[in-house]
Ligand binder design. Sequence first.
Ligand code: KIV
Ligand code: ZN
Length: 394
Amino acid sequence: MGSYIARLGNVESRYIRILDTTLRDGEQTPGLAFRPDEKLQIALLLEELNVDSIEAGFPAVSRGEYEAVKMIAREVSGSEIVALCRCNRADIDLAVDCDVDAVHLFIATSDIHLKYKLRISREEALRRAIDAVEYAKSHGLVVEFSAEDSTRTEWTWLARFFQEIVNAGADRLDIADTVGVMWPSRMQELVRYVLENVRGSYILSVHCHNDFGMATANSIAAAEAGAGQVHVTVAGLGERAGNAPLEEVVTALQFLLGYRTGIRFEKLKHVCERVLEIAKFEISPNKPIIGINAFSHESGIHVHGIIENPQTYEPIPPELIGAQRRIVIGKHSGKHAVEYVLKSMGITPVPEIVDKILKVIKELGDKGEKITENTIIEIIRLVVAGDSEKTTVS
Ligand code: KIV
Ligand code: ZN
C-alpha cells in the first residue's frame, strides 16, 4: 500500500518503526488502570495491527504490572515486547525476569528535572545511564534509551549524553518531548542536530506529548527530518493531554507522506475501537480518523461531491482503515443526500417527495431540534405515506 496522495520528492519510501506505548504511557491517563488480562487483550490487538514494538508496562510499578508484562512477553510473538525501566539494576532485573525483548531505559536530562526532581548533577545522570545500558546489554536486551525532557535540555549536552549512550551500546535513542513544548520546525531542527552530532549505529525515535495539540505534527516532522521511529498511543491516551495518537500518525505517515510502516491498516479502526472499549474511554465524534464524524457528510454541497466522486471530500477512502462512509441528513442537506438515503432504503426518489422531506427536515433544524436517524426514517415514512402534515416529529 503506497501513498494515497503522491507526495512529490518522497521517492525513498523509508520504513518508520511504530512503538506503541498505550499499555504504559497510555495507561498513565488520569484515572485509567488496566487489569493484567485487559493488558494482554490490548497487546494481542496491537500485535494484530502489527506495530513493531509494544511497550507492555513498567514492571517496577506493581506486582500486577510485572505479571502483565511477563504474560504479554510469553503470549505475544509478532511484535517486540518492551518494558520501561529507570536507570537502576533492580528495574532491569525485573524486566529480565519478565523475559521481554527490549528495555526502554530513561533518565531526565533537562536541568530543571536534574535539579528539582532527581537532585543529581549531569555527570551523575550520565554515569547512571551508562551503567544501566551496559547492564541491560550484558543480559542480551535491545536497549531503547529516552532522555526524559530532551526538548528542554541544552542541545550540546544532550548530544554528548546521547553519544555516550550509543558508545555504551544503546540501539535506539529517543527524544522525549515530555511536556509537549515542541513545534514542527523546531522538532526538525533538533532531530537533524542529533543525527548530525551523534555518531554510530542507532535508530532515532521521538516521543511526543500533546500539550499544545502538536504531537501528531511533531512526530511527522521528526520522521521527515530523519527519525526512524515514533512513539504513539491509541487515540492519544496518556498523561495530561496525552501522547501522539497512533491512528493519526500512522495514516499521515503512510498516506500523506508515503513512508512505509508495518501497520495492517484495514484493522486500524477496529483495533482502536476495541482498545477504547476496554479502556472505557469515549472519544469525541470529530476525532480524526476514528471519530464517528471522520467519514460522515451532511452538507448538500459535500454530499453531492461525495456521491459523484468520494475523493472530492475525503482525503483517503474510509475502507482503507476499515471504516465506513456515512451520509447524514440534517438542516444542511440538499436533495442529493435525501435521494441517496431513499435509494438505500429501496424507495424511488420522486422529486416532490424529496422536496417535502427536505422541507420538513430544514424546519426541524431551524427549530434547533436534534435530527436522529430514527427521526429521518419517521419523516420519510410519513411523507411517502402522504401524511406530511403529521411530521411534527418530536
Ligand atoms: O514523556 C516522557 O518523557 C516519558 C518517558 C518515560 C520517555 O514517557
Ligand atoms: Zn511520555
